[in-house]
Design a protein around this ligand. Sequence first.
Ligand SMILES: [Zn+2]
Ligand SMILES: [Zn+2]
Length: 177
Amino acid sequence: MRFNVANLLQEDVGETSTVSFEVAPDAFDEALGLIDPVVGQARLLRTNRGLLADMRLTTRARLPCSRCLADVIIPISGRTIDEFFPVVDLRTGARVAVEEEAEGFPLTESHELDFAEPARQVIYLEIPMQPLCAPECAGLCPRCGHNLNTSRCACSFEPADARLSPLAQWLRADADS
Ligand SMILES: [Zn+2]
Ligand SMILES: [Zn+2]
């Protein structure tokens, strides 16, 4: 996901270039659950400070459903626009002072633009906080762990609401006596 942008940095402000990449899923944090290569394209625009990159990517993740733990395949498609700025002057080789509050990403010392971090961030944002196998997923029984999508369990005949459980105990005690 690294591109040498020395040529574009020598162009006038407003010049553009396009790049594309395909990266194996294991290049990313395992916790993201990626199963497909991350395929992306970016349009690079020379700015007065550096480069503006408009990057789009697609991939897929496999994560457990937040209710029933079944595998969920999640198509991911994201876009991010970031500024990249040089840390070394192309002609003199001198270090470029980077503004403290500069938003964006530094280019490498060898004038490479690396999409690894912006790609990680955009994938992270596109992954749902609580993946669901289906919007109506019934989840697991909080008492016995049975998957309620397949069938009901014996517990479901008792009130699930904790405020009602004294009543359930009283009814059960009454039935036992
Ligand atoms: Zn589920
Ligand atoms: Zn149950």
